[in-house]
Design a protein around this ligand. Structure first.
Ligand code: 1CP
Length: 343
């Protein structure tokens, strides 16, 4: 029996959609918090293959999700390229900044990243061995624009102003940085696939701040390039693209980039996405508002049924519109899974 997730990615419309959740290994789970404490801190957890595999498996054991996502972070790649990376408790990631061409040229080359990332590939190998036979294993990376926003600002930002400024004032340095990240991302994902990942997901969390031609040049085009090269190296590899908050940019995104599935955030309605993106044939993933994992109850049940209903006439993978938050109640995730699976 082919795995349900792979069937949806090949374009099959299934009676019950496969389900997994972004950030399904995370702070809402007590067992995650315990393993993270054992590791010491978040980055130590990412670079400890046994413990990273353990936290990847925890939500699979608890909920029987149809897919597991490698436990790592999109910021490990810039770190492997030479950026300093640390996490400020209660605040988020911090990184050394890139402000000009000299900064770009000081980065490591695409073939020099693998020593640092070797523990991630080891995590993949452990998981390929240990995941249940019916569970699909997803590898991932951040997309160049999203990764560049952190490398340029040195931290997360709401409006990505620093990255927009470099793009608009020193185009050559910005484009050189995008190219470096694009090339390294291809090598990184390729190694994840060689180590056992069956699907890859491309996270472009800040794609929504790219407008007009910028969206075409810096969201669509890097996705197209990365997907074409990965598929040339690994024929048949299914790829999920997530240009978060792309809005109208979701329309035609799969066709333009060659992605097998487009993940949709919850700023658009499932009905709109079914009509304009899925169109009865393109696989879509999404898009329940993560807030229901905090609030639960009958509203969760009704909203979940609404998402399943909206996407029932085409290939669909059930997910949230963004990551599950630390405030989520693990019981609400059980209710979600039971609602989808009709239990
Ligand atoms: O335990 C902790 O305190 C750390 C919280 C945490 C976790 C669980 C971070 C810090 N990263 C992760 C893991 C992670 N990150 C995964 C693992 C697998 C899973 O989903 O279960 C994945 C796929 C990511 C991807 C990621 N990291 C994205 C893209 C998806 C998204 O959420 O938009 C981004 C933007 C990051 C950067 C990052 N890492 C961590 C934080 C808090 C952030 C966001 C910072 C910001 O808001 O700008």
């Amino acid at each position: 029996m082919t795995k349900t997730m792979l069937r949806a990615l090949r374009g099959e419309t299934l009676p019950t959609p496969p389900i997994w959740l972004m950030r399904q290994a995370g702070r809402y789970l007590p067992e995650y918090r315990a393993t993270r404490a054992e590791a010491g801190d978040f980055l130590s957890l990412c670079y400890n293959p046994e413990l990273a595999a353990e936290v990847t498996l925890q939500p699979i054991r608890r909920y029987g999700f149809d897919a597991a996502i490698l436990f790592a972070d999109i910021l490990l790649l810039p770190q492997a390229l030479g950026a300093d990376l640390w996490f400020e408790t209660g605040e988020g990631p911090r990184m050394s900044t890139i402000t000009d061409m000299a900064g770009v040229e000081a980065l490591k080359g695409k073939d020099e990243i693998h020593d640092k990332l070797a523990p991630v590939y080891e995590t993949c190998r452990i998981l390929a061995r240990e995941l249940p036979a019916e569970t699909t294993f997803i590898g991932f990376a951040g997309m160049p624009w999203t990764v560049a926003t952190y490398m340029i600002a040195g931290r997360g930002s709401k409006d990505q102003a620093a990255a927009h400024k470099l793009k608009d004032t020193d185009r050559a340095a910005f484009v050189a940085l995008m190219d470096r990240i694009t090339d390294a991302t291809i090598e990184y994902l390729s190694k994840q696939v060689e180590a056992g990942c069956e699907v890859v997901k491309l996270f472009d969390s800040w794609a929504g701040s790219l407008k007009g031609q910028d969206f075409e040049d810096f969201a669509v085009e890097p996705a197209r390039k990365i997907i074409a090269e990965l598929k040339a190296r690994h024929p048949g590899l299914p790829i999920i693209a997530f240009p978060r908050e792309a809005g109208e940019g979701y329309i035609g995104f799969a066709e333009k980039t060659g992605a097998d599935c487009v993940a949709i955030d919850n700023s658009v309605s499932p009905e709109w996405a079914a009509e304009n993106v899925q169109k009865g044939k393109t696989c879509v993933q999404g898009n329940l508002d993560p807030k229901y994992m905090v609030t639960g109850g009958d509203e969760l049940v009704q909203a979940t049924k609404g998402v399943v209903e909206a996407f029932k006439n085409g290939p669909h993978i059930f997910n949230l519109g963004h990551g599950i938050t630390p405030e989520a109640d693990p019981e609400n995730v059980t209710l979600l899974v039971n609602t989808i699976r009709g239990k």
